[in-house]
Write a protein that binds this ligand. Structure first.
Ligand SMILES: NC(=O)c1ccc[n+]([C@@H]2O[C@H](COP(=O)([O-])OP(=O)(O)OC[C@H]3O[C@@H](n4cnc5c(N)ncnc54)[C@H](O)[C@@H]3O)[C@@H](O)[C@H]2O)c1
Ligand SMILES: [Zn+2]
Length: 271
């Protein structure tokens, strides 16, 4: 049996599926990943002109110091993720998940693409939050939906002309996303998701389910997704299938790594 057949069989035989995903999951839908500074600057050439890396731009301080810049970045991404149609691999994974006793999605993506593809909101843990939700930069007025919020942006100067405000205190609102050096993120929504995720893992133990982890497009710079998947695989004795065109290395004791893009990798695995 080839390693691909081995991995496909493990997935087929599993009765619980954990899908973990990073920005690479969206690349086949036409979304950029932010792999390294070059990757980020390819997606946002204007950031290169401003001399700002992803880590520097994805920082909550801009909402105080220059909200028009902060909202140019996040407003552009909000519109982009809204307009994007999830690629075929999402549906294939969802069909596979629905055939299992238990399943869950763990992702650092803030783009809401899993929900858009039909994944049940209650079975997704967005560990870095969601761009489709907002919070205040000042007060504790909670988290609200960004539905209907439109940000007009002058792309030439990379300045938002108007941005959402808090309904309670009128201060600048921000996406409910965990940024770098971020002490103001309201984690309440993600905490609820985490609780449901923990319940899922607990049910896997109680029901003695055979768990498989399928990881797609998770990078190495912010390795939250990779580490979480590896840790769960080792604790639960599960195999991890890593799909990534570049960063596909995995210890063979943990699972299999395949150098494929998301759609090709998923298709091959589910054949
Ligand atoms: N869509 C989003 O929500 C989004 C996009 C960019 C960054 N982010 C945030 O930035 C951080 C980035 O970390 P990250 O590891 O998710 O992204 P990353 O940009 O650092 O890495 C992306 C990974 O995807 C892989 N990849 C590239 N093309 C692929 C394809 N066609 N199919 C499968 N994989 C492919 C790359 O090899 C790389 O390993 C996270 O904290 C995340 O919250 C989110
Ligand atoms: Zn407020």
């Amino acid at each position: 049996m080839s390693t691909y057949e081995e991995a496909a069989k493990a997935l087929k035989d599993a009765d619980a599926l954990l899908i973990t995903a990073g920005a690479g999951m969206g690349v086949d839908s036409g979304l950029p990943d932010f792999r390294g500074n070059e990757g980020f600057w390819r997606a946002y050439p204007v950031a290169k002109r401003l001399g700002l890396s992803f880590v520097e731009l994805a920082n909550p301080r801009w909402f105080d110091e220059d909200p028009s810049l902060a909202w140019a970045f996040y407003g552009h991404r909000l519109h982009l993720y809204r307009e994007t149609e999830p690629h075929k691999g999402f549906k294939m994974l969802l069909d596979c998940a629905k055939g299992k006793d238990e399943w869950f999605v763990f992702t650092s993506n803030v783009d809401g693409q899993f929900q858009k593809a039909g994944f049940d909101e209650d079975r997704v843990y967005e560990c870095h939050g969601s761009i489709h939700h907002l919070q205040c930069t000042v007060c504790s007025s909670g988290i609200w939906s960004a539905e209907g919020v439109e940000i007009s942006i002058d792309m030439e100067s990379f300045k938002a002309l108007k941005w959402p405000k808090c309904k309670e205190c009128g201060s600048t609102a921000r996406p409910n996303i965990l940024m770098f050096g971020d002490w103001g993120w309201d984690s309440a929504r993600s905490d609820d998701q985490e609780e449901r995720f923990d319940d899922f893992l607990q049910r896997c133990i109680v029901k003695k389910l055979k768990l498989v982890v399928v990881e797609i497009g998770a990078g190495t710079a912010v390795p939250t997704v990779r580490i979480t998947g590896e840790k769960i695989a080792s604790i639960y004795g599960a195999k991890l299938i890593r799909i990534n065109p570049r960063d596909f290395y995995i210890d063979s004791n943990i699972g299999w790594g395949f150098s494929f893009g998301a759609v090709d990798g998923i298709r091959k695995l589910l054949l």
